[in-house]
Write a protein that binds this ligand. Structure first.
Ligand code: CA
Ligand code: CA
Length: 230
């Protein structure tokens, strides 16, 4: 009777394959949610909400079809650093508002190498640099949680080509907090050319959340359940 003997090399290969399979199975098991996320909260009284993204599908696209991204000042001569970094690599983080499972989250640091150092994250409404008319809405709502530092919510728009975007400054609370901002309360920082709000809303490219001031040794900001309001 022929004996079936494996060489040490073959045994090593089989061991590696088994380890890889166990790793994949464990990874899938731990990523799987126990139950579906709770339904989204009701919109503010008397208003209608249109979802931009609740991040629960775990991908890097929002419901309008645009991409999530992060950014920092390293393309502009600085050395501030955001994590996760870059365009096209975004993944939702664990934990979310209203008992949900996922959110958009960045950490990092802001240095003074760039005179206006910054890091941030955002989501394009369509393909990159493809403006969308959002004049049918009159506000934006999202949940926010962070480090108590101040951030700009900005609407990047074709109407503000000099980047003096319409936005709103807010402090990131330590617990998930609902934020409602009416578009009429948005304003420019004021260093650029004055732009017409209606024109800005007619060509919005992305929604971004960006640090204010510098330096910041550590940054931590999460947002979730982003919706336009009517
Ligand atoms: Ca998504
Ligand atoms: Ca969520």
């Amino acid at each position: 009777m022929a004996r079936f003997v494996l060489s040490p090399v073959k045994m090593s290969i089989i061991a590696v394959i088994i380890a890889a399979v166990i790793f994949l199975v464990l990874r899938i098991a731990f990523e799987e949610q126990v139950s579906p996320p709770p339904p989204l909260p009701d919109p503010p009284a008397g208003r209608t909400a249109v979802l931009v993204d609740d991040l629960e599908d775990g991908d890097r696209y929002n419901e309008f079809g645009g991409w999530w991204f992060t950014y920092d000042d390293r393309h502009y001569g600085g050395d501030s650093k955001v994590s996760p970094e870059g365009f096209g690599v975004f993944k939702p983080s664990k934990g979310g508002s209203s008992g949900s499972y996922k959110c958009a989250r960045i950490t990092g640091r802001v240095t003074t190498t760039h005179p206006d150092g910054f890091i941030g994250m955002g989501t394009d409404l369509r393909k990159p640099n493809n403006p969308v008319d959002i004049r049918e809405y009159n506000g934006i709502e999202f949940w926010m949680k962070g480090d108590g530092k101040t951030y700009w919510l900005k609407l990047r728009s074709a109407g503000t080509p000099d980047y003096d975007d319409y936005g709103y400054e807010l402090v990131a609370p330590s617990e998930w907090t609902r934020i409602i901002i009416d578009f009429e309360d948005l304003h420019q920082e004021g260093w650029g050319k004055k732009a017409d709000l209606d024109e800005v809303l007619s060509g919005v490219i992305s929604i971004t959340w960006q640090t204010v001031g510098q330096p910041h040794e550590s940054i931590e900001l999460a947002v979730d359940c982003i919706r336009f309001l009517k």
